[in-house]
Write a protein that binds this ligand. Structure first.
Ligand code: ASP
Ligand code: MG
Length: 418
């Protein structure tokens, strides 16, 4: 059996859904499980809705109406007015209707997951209905009964044993009957609440199903020809990799390449399942294959750009040297504040750490850490990671920019620039 994943960009409008059905139609003879994200930028819009509800702002109902209208406009292009899918979608939105009638719960992360999850619940209703209309027999599956997580809202931790047991028990019989369409990014707790797996988590969902079912492969259908050496929105003359090893793919996502979710690769590597990244507009193209024994040719370096970085320098308030005790204390505070470190460097009197600027967590961390350390920081910086660099690569990328921090190892250069 095969696992397909279609991201938000592939289902952003009626045309995208029609194209999805064309792609799927080429695989009619296969058993297929299809993981779908929320349509277009719906997750961002639902995040705004969750905030508007939690803060009880005046635009709450307008934000919500825009989200509904976007989906109903697409439905109107794809289906006759009396199609059952209109009811299915309305019944899904009802969950939000009910929730926003009441006073907000005080745990924002809980609210977030209950609201934001509707994006995937609705998109999969629409995709399932359209596949059936196109003659591709499909069943809608509520993923929350299969991907079991703890109750860390917004960052649900998958309980692998329980999840694989549910998937292995339930899914094979359904695959016999037709295509299974399910939601990316979502999980369910033992109390039947909805969790999400972290932004862009649908790739991870596809990889969980594939690993538990022993799929022949996973394909993620994207708006790019495959995995490129750099972001084509930022660089000209990018090249596509035909093959990449799991390890290289893990390294790339670790440094911030956004083409696949970082948690996706490991389960596939363990189960030796290849991952294809292919263009949804040219499904016949080979794309990139990620496998164990990839023939690597890095004719151009891999360049990964992360914007909105903060560089924080800490020195102990008592003017002592930076010691192992300080480092352990600092790491502890980063872990507690859920701030992921992208790069770091230590000197005698200060320790510098580069990380993504997320206002809320940064403010908390800074307040906490400033009690014991003198803290100086720069924001609005860019972290450039270059793998498999050539002699001139760094110079070309940093000319005219101020380098604030630099680190070079055999395969990788990282610089923080202004
Ligand atoms: N819809 C979710 C997001 O935009 C999950 C995903 O697309 O992978 O983050
Ligand atoms: Mg997405």
């Amino acid at each position: 059996m095969l696992v397909f994943k279609f991201g938000g960009a592939s289902v952003k409008d009626a045309e995208g859904i029609i194209n999805l059905a064309n792609v799927v139609g080429k695989y009619k003879s296969e058993q297929l499980l299809i993981v779908v994200s929320a349509m277009g930028k719906t997750t961002n819009a639902l995040e705004n809705l969750a905030k508007a509800y939690a803060d009880q702002t005046d635009d709450l109902h307008d934000v919500y109406e825009d989200i509904k209208k976007y989906h109903y406009d697409i439905l109107a292009e794809l289906f006759d007015a009396n199609d059952q899918v209109f009811n299915d979608v309305a019944n899904t939105f009802v969950e939000i209707d009910w929730m926003i009638e009441d006073e907000p719960h005080d745990d924002f992360d809980f609210i977030y997951d209950q609201i934001v999850s509707v994006g995937e619940l609705v998109s999969t209703r629409i995709v399932t209905a359209y596949l059936n209309k196109a003659g591709l027999k499909s069943q809608w599956l509520d993923v929350r009964g299969y991907i079991h997580t703890d109750n860390t809202y917004r960052e649900g931790v998958v309980q692998w044993d329980k999840t694989c047991e549910s998937i292995q028990q339930g899914i094979p019989a359904l695959l016999e009957k037709g295509i299974v369409v399910t939601q990316g990014f979502l999980g369910g707790t033992s109390e039947n609440f909805t969790t999400t797996l972290g932004r862009e988590g649908s790739d991870y969902t596809a990889s969980i199903f594939a690993a538990c079912l022993g799929a022949a492969s996973v394909t993620t259908w994207k708006d790019v020809p495959g995995i490129l050496n750099a972001d084509p929105k930022l660089f000209e003359d990018t090249v596509k990799f035909d093959e990449l090893s799991y390890t290289e793919a893990i390294e790339m996502t670790y440094y911030g390449a956004t083409v696949i979710h970082p948690k996706t690769i490991k389960p596939l590597q363990n189960a030796k399942i290849p991952l294809f990244v292919k263009p949804f507009n040219h499904p016949e193209e080979a794309g990139t294959i990620i496998i164990e024994s990839a023939a690597h040719v890095f004719e151009k370096p891999v360049i990964i750009i992360k914007q909105s970085q903060v560089l924080l320098s800490l020195s102990p308030k008592d003017y002592s040297f930076i010691s192992e005790d300080h480092l352990s204390d600092i790491f502890g505070r980063f872990a507690k504040g859920h701030v992921k470190i992208n790069m770091m460097q230590t000197s005698a009197l200060s320790f510098s750490i580069c990380f993504d600027h997320k206002t809320e967590s940064f403010d908390k961390l800074l307040a906490d850490i400033s009690t014991d350390y003198k803290a100086k920081y720069n924001s609005d910086l860019t972290l450039i990671t270059i793998r498999h660099y050539a002699d001139n690569t760094l110079k070309t990328l940093t000319t005219g920019k101020t380098i604030l921090l630099e680190q070079i190892s055999r395969n990788t250069i990282q610089v923080v620039v202004k």
